[in-house]
Design a binder for this molecule. Sequence first.
Ligand SMILES: C[S@@+](CC[C@H](N)C(=O)[O-])C[C@H]1O[C@@H](n2cnc3c(N)ncnc32)[C@H](O)[C@@H]1O
Ligand code: SF4
Length: 387
Amino acid sequence: MTTTPDGGFGIYVHWPFCLAKCPYCDFNSHVRHQAPSQLQYANALRQELRYFAQYTKGRTVGSVFFGGGTPSLMEPQTVAAVIDEIASLWNLPASAEISMEANPTSVEANRFAGYRSAGVNRLSVGIQALDDVELKRLGRQHSVAEAIQAVDVARNTFERISFDLIYARPEQTHAGWRTELNRALDLAADHLSMYQLTIEEGTMFHKLYAAGKLEMLDPDYAADMYDITQEVTSARGLPAYEISNHAAQGAQCQHNLVYWRYGDYVGVGPGAHGRITMPDGQKWATTTHRMPEEWLLNVENAGHSIEEQELLASVMQADEYLLMSLRLAEGIDVARYEALSGRSFNNKRLSNLQELGFIKWASNNRLKVTEKARPLLNAIITDLSID
Ligand SMILES: C[S@@+](CC[C@H](N)C(=O)[O-])C[C@H]1O[C@@H](n2cnc3c(N)ncnc32)[C@H](O)[C@@H]1O
Ligand code: SF4
């Protein structure tokens, strides 16, 4: 069965390059001493879009997302070429959200106007911390002043903006986070993403942590920072609509909603993931080659660089839908879950979770994880998956 009408349709474009590798980051990002050819990458991205368009003809694109890596290292004409290609392959209405992640160096801020002319209408700026010492520790290439300046430029350039912060950093205190968070809210428009620092395998922070040279906060102390985040953001009109994402009413990131509502998305560029419902109604998961140079070569030779493709049986779709949708404050559409999985949630487990105050029912047969239980999401999902 097709699940697309419930979740929308989006396009993800991955730009895999960064000026430097941040020590906490395990995203598919690469530093190259010689700048890649923008024209070659633009052509390859267009070619891979054409490949996926064969199977998704006639669809209406609700959102496009340029993620990375650092997409703000793309030349505006590269971005324009990709957006124009998307508009020629699918129906791209003027109302579609076209987002881009940007790093706030002054060089990049100088390109914002070019991105707006190319069609980008929402910018998500990676600020990470409002403290210069912390920015250095996080390996960032910008200062707080530059970040604030970039947000100012972005605000005057795009219809919608957001920015990212990382909290629960080593040595950060509750009082320090409260102050930083309030400052961020002073600076924010109608959307903010706030991620708790995680130590990812293969990163420099992981090496330091394993060698005892990086001390993380006590987990309970860090969990209280999550509660502080909920309290302060709700009081100031930007409640969480997802674990790490906060928005005013109607200002949610449309692209991320496609993921969490388990819609369809085409993923192009190195290491991009996709979920596509084919004309025969079967849903597939796709992953492209993660190394930029090999991705490029494959696309030039074969028109795409899909490294893995997996047919998603209905029950697998149900598992993915459960995992994604419970991240959202709006919760899961239980009828859709039951249709995909062919099962109902176990009543006894449901009542236990409800008695504990971990889940609650909402209108239209939706089940939600309560705010206080969101940090326990994985355990709740496991519980609901068992008969
Ligand atoms: C694709 S990444 C980065 C986009 C952009 N290149 C930048 O650095 O601003 C998206 C966001 O994930 C968050 N992030 C990345 N690694 C993280 C980690 N280990 N712990 C917490 N947040 C992380 C950061 O806030 C980052 O802005
Ligand atoms: S956090 Fe952003 S800038 Fe830093 S390495 Fe990761 S993708 Fe690149």
